[in-house]
Design a protein around this ligand. Structure first.
Ligand SMILES: N[C@@H](CCC(=O)N[C@@H](CS)C(=O)NCC(=O)O)C(=O)O
Length: 224
């Protein structure tokens, strides 16, 4: 008989995995959390996600799903009588998917480039990240969250930046978001980290700083 219940395979420092926890908590769904050692992945993770072998994986009544953006949409539909994560209107829903995809493809790449670069290459990456975030920022005009008054799909997908970007800035020695350059984004950062489900799940800042300092050093010494 298929296993019942909800299980999340994540990794404590993963901004992709935390989205799944936010979505489940918004819906009030109880789940078991399994923290993976990504250098020594469990047999269960490899069995549930043989395609990419990455976290997060959601297992619902024995059925596994990978890819955080897909999982968040699934959660919204599988528990559709709870908190609405996706917009109800088809156009707004399509636009939310577009923004989330834009952030995943463009902004994440620019933020990663800041983290692994120095000097001129890093200055270029900071500029690209600011352009990307500026594009996202236009969708925040006149709103508290991308979802309007309430924390919604785009907030769930992009919200990691509110907590992780200041850490990337500190570890990489740069400033990307200021009140002058990105005022709406900066104000949104403050609102995101104050959302209950976010506050309840954020990993300790000092632990994340230490991990990411070590990672950046590894990247820089591999490139030297
Ligand atoms: N696009 C994927 C990305 C998942 C991803 O990159 N997960 C990382 C942790 S943040 C991982 O599992 N890395 C281990 C590996 O690549 O082997 C998603 O959003 O779910």
């Amino acid at each position: 008989m298929a296993e019942k219940g909800v299980k999340v395979f994540g990794m404590w420092a993963s901004p992709m995995a935390i989205r799944v926890e936010w979505a489940l908590r918004l819906k009030g769904v109880e789940y078991e959390y399994v923290d993976e050692d990504l250098a020594n992945k469990s047999e269960a993770l490899l069995r549930y996600n043989p395609a990419t072998k990455k976290v997060p994986v959601l297992v619902h009544d024995g059925k596994p799903l990978a890819e955080s953006t897909v999982i968040v949409e699934y959660i919204d539909q599988a528990w559709n009588d709870g908190y609405p994560i996706m917009p109800a209107d088809p156009f707004d829903r399509a636009q939310a998917r577009f923004l989330a995809r834009f952030a995943e493809d463009k902004c994440n790449a620019a933020l990663f480039a800041i983290f692994v670069a120095t000097g001129e290459a890093q200055r270029k990456a900071v500029h690209e990240a600011q352009q990307c975030l500026k594009t996202l920022e236009t969708a925040l005009e006149g709103k508290r969250f991308f979802g309007g008054d309430a924390f919604g799909y785009v907030d769930v997908i992009v919200g990691w930046i509110a907590y992780w970007l200041p850490i990337i800035e500190e570890v990489s020695g740069v400033t990307v978001v200021t009140d002058e350059a990105l005022p709406l984004m900066n104000a949104w950062f403050g609102r995101v980290v104050d959302v209950d489900v976010v506050k309840a799940t954020l990993p300790p800042r000092d632990k994340l700083v230490a991990l990411n300092k070590a990672r950046r050093e590894q990247f820089l010494s591999a490139a030297a």
